[in-house]
Design a protein around this ligand. Sequence first.
Ligand code: SF4
Length: 458
Amino acid sequence: MNASAPTVGLVSLGCPKALVDSERILTRLVAEGYTVSPTYEGAGVVIVNTCGFLDSARAESLEAIGEALAENGRVIVTGCLGADPEAIRATHPKVLAITGPHQYEQVVQAVHAAVAPPHDPYTSLVPPQGLHLTPRHYAYLKISEGCDNRCSFCLIPQLRGDLVSRPAAEVLREAERLAQAGVKELIVISQDTSAYGRDLQHAPSLWHERSVPARLTELAQGLGELGVWVRLMYVYPYPSVDEVLPLMAEGKILPYLDIPFQHASPSVLKAMRRPAAQDRTLERLARWRSVCPDLTVRSTFIVGFPGETEADFQALLDWLAAAELDRVGCFRFEAVAGVPASTFADAVPAEVAQERWHRFMAAQKTISGRKMKARIGRKIDVLIDAVDETGAVGRSAADAPEVDGQVFLPDVSGLTVGDVVRCKVLDARDYDLIATLDAPPARPSVRERLQTRQGRRR
Ligand code: SF4
């Protein structure tokens, strides 16, 4: 670390999309010569990247700002809560600057004003793949920002605006740099991944002398050529998603779809103003599974939405039993200031929502336990996330980091974080698997390494 370089600290709250924003801000600042301080005391200024999705997230963000002010005193606020500067100033009048989500330029300017950049901005201090806050072996790849939908419970379009997609070549170049830097898994994120490129009218851009349209299928095809795991998150069940299923069946991208269904009762979905609410999702799931039998489907749901009756909730449980989803998360509806649903009549009492949440999670636990047991005896690839003297922990194609299950490999040795190893499943818990090595990690021989080094020098 350069002792004379100006320093910044960063506290990143919220979802993976906010994390990617934090990475971009840090990448830009380090490119200018700033160093990143891991402590409050070492930082010339602290950036707090906030989340404003739910009231609980707003409270957590305000608390984090307070902590940074108490510990350092010089604080810049950005991110979703930054769209409501009055609320921040009312609690924390001493913050130096407030910028909204996606306002990288403004954050950087605020940092310049607080701690002047070093004199030589051309010194290259940043690796070509940028700076990442995730572990070295996986990275989030943001393909678009904003959303054209207007779900009645969601503040995102107000905070982040309409859909703005990145050209396909720009995304592919970033993905390529990440893969070359050793990333083994790319997790594609956005607010609405299936809508990717609509705002660009799917205009093509040039990647390796090949014209790639800004459309999910072609983007996934390109990503599938990089030799790393590619996982799609936040996909809506539009008909166009049918096109990516063959890529999963052929092993080009992971057979994994994260689809936030949110509910199954038609009247609740209508009140939620969900995209694709009218679609026959069970039929679509069955069709996808016939194309790609190994498909893992993850989803999230909201219970206790205003107007949700016991019959609506029962319809959701029936749908869940029929859909047999692999991974499921569930939230109780929270009335967030500024979203239409918060003003809807027939609010569901908190204790009813809580009771439904328990019933929902119990139903899913049974489904998940059954599906996990069905995997005993199978051979699966596992990406290693952590290693210690007692063994290793990793994830299969069915497990996104942070939100899904894990694969435990007790008593194995010789593995490194980022290895992909063939394993045999020995046992199962409700959400996790226990496995053992079926084949050691494929490592290049000394001769192959030498050839690679010589090839790079040519
Ligand atoms: S699809 Fe709906 S829930 Fe998702 S970001 Fe857009 S408006 Fe919000």
